[in-house]
Structure formats: structure tokens, C-alpha cells
Design a protein around this ligand. Structure first.
Ligand SMILES: [Zn+2]
Length: 44
């Protein structure tokens, strides 16, 4: 049975920050692994 495109995207795992485990919004152009909070910490 083929999955519909909608079902396919729903089954994708949520992106999770490896630093704090925070779930992140999927950002197509983002290549960063960490969430904004951890990134700003590292920037200091
Ligand atoms: Zn984080």
C-alpha cells in the first residue's frame, strides 16, 4: 500500500536538538543541528 504524500510527511521524525533535546520547527534552509537557544549560547 502506498502512502499518500500527507501521510509521508506526518511520519517524518521531528527534528530534535542534540544539545538539549528541544523539538525544533523544520526549516528547509537551515543546516544547523542545534536549536536557536543552544546556538546563541555557543555564539557567546
Ligand atoms: Zn538546544
Amino acid at each position: 500500500m502506498l502512502m499518500s504524500p500527507v501521510e509521508f510527511f506526518r511520519t517524518l521524525p521531528k527534528k530534535e536538538c542534540p544539545e538539549c533535546g528541544e523539538h525544533m520547527e523544520e526549516q528547509a534552509e537551515s543546516y544547523m543541528m542545534e536549536c536557536d537557544r543552544c546556538l546563541s549560547k555557543k555564539g557567546e
